[in-house]
Design a protein around this ligand. Structure first.
Ligand SMILES: *[C@@H]1O[C@H](CO)[C@@H](O)[C@H](O)[C@H]1NC(C)=O
Ligand SMILES: *[C@@H]1O[C@H](CO)[C@@H](O)[C@H](O)[C@H]1NC(C)=O
Ligand SMILES: *[C@@H]1O[C@H](CO)[C@@H](O)[C@H](O)[C@H]1NC(C)=O
Ligand SMILES: *[C@@H]1O[C@H](CO)[C@@H](O)[C@H](O)[C@H]1NC(C)=O
Ligand SMILES: *[C@@H]1O[C@H](CO)[C@@H](O)[C@H](O)[C@H]1NC(C)=O
Ligand SMILES: *[C@@H]1O[C@H](CO)[C@@H](O)[C@H](O)[C@H]1NC(C)=O
Ligand SMILES: *[C@@H]1O[C@H](CO)[C@@H](O)[C@H](O)[C@H]1NC(C)=O
Ligand SMILES: *[C@@H]1O[C@H](CO)[C@@H](O)[C@H](O)[C@H]1NC(C)=O
Length: 546
């Protein structure tokens, strides 16, 4: 509930707490409320009850504006508002003599007197109208930087709260503790208050806080609170924003460290060294590298893509002239590195089948390192020596030597060589081939290694032939009709190049013939059906897997 809503609620309650002032003169009584409280812009109702009432009774409302001024009256049936008063446009007098003031202003805070004139007596009763308006939220602004520890007071901030009524009060707080109100400018801490009455009649209050802050006050939090009255003798409060003093104080300590830099530092990294002190503002800094001037800016020394030659003693010096001792700090920067991997011999090799191949890999790094020879993901050696005895075609390919410094993530280097194997052809062992019956077409594949390119000779020849390359293998594909000779003697594949030849026989065998009335055969048939085999094998091909 904000101040205004709370105030309104209170007002309603207050209006219910009727307290009457009874004034008697002769036999005539007049009853008014001694006090009516109302929020600005709302309507005020000031009752006046006269007993007994006779036809000759005159009831008049007066206010005191230096002179007693009538604002409205009632005589018999006649009810009139007097012209030319500050209230003329906003008042009404009711049948029961109640004076209603609409849209109350601060200037309406007056004494209203209900004057009765009657042959039997002339009593009067006075109602004091109290007007309330909650001020706006207080705003705390801070001014220029203050120097800590100087022997005169400086303005810490000014607090302003606008448009309150009646006069609101400002209380200062430091770290949630109220500061006693001091007006004496001879004191270290004091406040200077000002109030301005706006044309609306509302009051704007400002208060400036003066202090002699010490360095310890740099983290202190200040704010002000406005205290204001609301109907029903309520005092409400609103807090301002919180501020810290923009305090200047000299440096006592210096800090110099790697900033936003992953460690350990390796070649190629960007290194940022940050220098700062516990003073405010930060003094200018000077950087040196092994005693030589280095270029930094705003307390940061940035080395882009560092090299091992950047490893050095870096020093930051604070140039704070307000202190008579030197503030400086040193960083010993180390830069880890790994040299490009050196492979000897540095060239790819062409080796004859069955010969041997060997390489050496050397690595230089700033710390303990690993060296691995790899082919694909397979690690072949951990000691820098790669040695292959009795080279086979499978050994052909790319070999990579990887150097790494495990204690420095990301620090690695590598080099690769290729091994080419030359020699006579070698045929992969063939799988047995089954054919349905004589005359069926069969496809055979003869897969062989061999460098340089070998030629293929099939026996029997004929049919359809083609040659493809699969990695470092050659594949000759033959499709032909089976004959009885082939089933008895197989099909021969001969592969030859300048280094020699290899020869292999593809044995062909017939699928077992199944008699339909054979019980075992039927069972087999059943099994085959369930495994998805075709009963009719006229077009059944067996493809060699390679
Ligand atoms: C105050 O009085 C005016 C004029 O009589 C009326 O129009 C208005 O509704 C009243 N306001 C309230 C809050 O009663
Ligand atoms: C109203 O009357 C009281 C009592 O006489 C007096 O103290 C007060 O100052 C008067 N208020 C105004 C606004 O004139
Ligand atoms: C930290 O370093 C990264 C990459 O070096 C850079 O992109 C980033 O802006 C830096 N951050 C700060 C706060 O300097
Ligand atoms: C580096 O290697 C040497 C010899 O292999 C070993 O004695 C030493 O502990 C290693 N240092 C680290 C940090 O691993
Ligand atoms: C290097 O390692 C390989 C296999 O890991 C081994 O056969 C060879 O003897 C080692 N060589 C040396 C010089 O240690
Ligand atoms: C070299 O390897 C081939 C094929 O793997 C093998 O037949 C031969 O006996 C091996 N030779 C030696 C000297 O190990
Ligand atoms: C090794 O062979 C691959 C593929 O032919 C090639 O991309 C690569 O550059 C060769 N590497 C060397 C070191 O010759
Ligand atoms: C196959 O190659 C060998 C060696 O290169 C050669 O002697 C032979 O004549 C070739 N055969 C055919 C059929 O081309």
């Amino acid at each position: 509930m904000d101040g205004i809503t709370y105030g309104r609620t209170l007002l309603l309650c207050t209006l219910l707490l009727w307290v009457f002032q009874v004034v008697s003169s002769g036999n005539v009584n007049v009853v008014v409320k001694p006090k009516v409280e109302v929020l600005k812009e709302e309507n005020a109702s000031l009752p006046c009850t006269v007993t007994p009432l006779t036809t000759g009774t005159i009831v008049e409302w007066y206010i005191d504006l230096g002179t007693r001024t009538r604002i409205a009256f009632c005589q018999g049936k006649e009810k009139k508002v007097d012209p030319g008063t500050p209230l003329t446009d906003r008042i009404k007098i009711g049948e029961d003599f109640t004076l209603t003031i609409s849209s109350v202003k601060p200037s309406d805070e007056l004494n209203f007197t209900c004057q009765v004139t009657d042959p039997a007596g002339s009593p009067d009763g006075t109602t004091s109208l109290k007007v309330f308006s909650a001020p706006e939220h207080p705003k705390l602004t801070t001014s220029q930087a203050i120097t800590a520890g100087i022997p005169s007071s400086s303005e810490v901030g000014t607090c302003e709260t606008k448009n309150g009524f009646p006069l609101p009060r400002i209380v200062w707080f430091r770290d949630a503790k109220p500061l006693p109100e001091v007006k004496d400018k001879q004191e270290k801490t004091y406040m200077v208050a000002k109030q301005v009455k706006e044309t609306s009649g509302l009051i704007t209050v400002t208060s400036s806080l003066y202090m002699q802050p010490m360095k310890e006050d740099k983290d202190s939090e200040f704010y002000c609170t406005v205290e204001y009255s609301m109907p029903g003798n309520k005092i409400e409060t609103m807090d301002s924003n919180r501020i810290k003093i923009n305090l200047n104080y000299p440096s006592d300590k210096i800090y110099f460290s790697l900033f936003n830099t992953s460690q350990p530092v390796k070649e190629g990294d960007t290194v940022t060294m940050k220098c700062e002190t516990d003073g405010n503002p930060q003094p200018p800094f000077e950087f040196t590298k092994n005693g030589e001037e280095a270029q930094g800016k705003d307390g940061l020394l940035i080395l882009k893509s560092v090299k091992r030659s950047d490893a050095a003693q870096y020093k930051c010096t604070a140039l704070d002239f307000e202190i008579d001792f030197t503030l400086e700090k040193t960083i010993a920067l180390t830069v880890d590195y790994i040299d490009p991997v050196k492979v000897t011999p540095a060239v790819s090799k062409v080796v004859m089948l069955g010969d041997k191949a060997a390489w050496q890999c050397r690595i230089k790094a700033s710390r303990n390192h690993t060296v691995q020879w790899k082919k694909g993901s397979e690690v072949l050696s951990q000691n820098g020596t790669l040695s292959i005895q009795n080279v086979s075609y499978q050994n052909a390919g790319e070999y990579v030597c990887v150097g790494a410094v495990p204690s420095v993530p990301g620090l690695m280097s590598q080099a690769s060589v290729n091994l080419t194997v030359k020699g006579k052809p070698v045929i992969d062992p063939p799988a047995p081939v089954k054919v349905g019956k004589e005359g069926d077409k069969v496809t055979l594949m003869c897969v062989a290694y061999g460098v340089p390119t070998p030629n293929f000779t099939w026996q029997p020849s004929g049919g359809e032939q083609s040659i493809t390359v699969k990695g470092n293998k050659w594949v000759s594909t033959l499709t032909l009709k089976t004959t009885a000779d082939m089933i008895n003697g197989g099909v021969t594949c001969e592969v030859e190049n300048e280094h020699g030849k290899d020869i292999t026989v593809f044995p062909l065998s017939l699928e077992q013939v199944i008699k339909p009335d054979d019980e075992k055969g039927s069972q087999k048939d059943e099994a085959k059906r369930t495994t998805g085999y075709e009963d009719n094998r006229a077009n059944f091909f067996f493809l060699l897997d390679w």
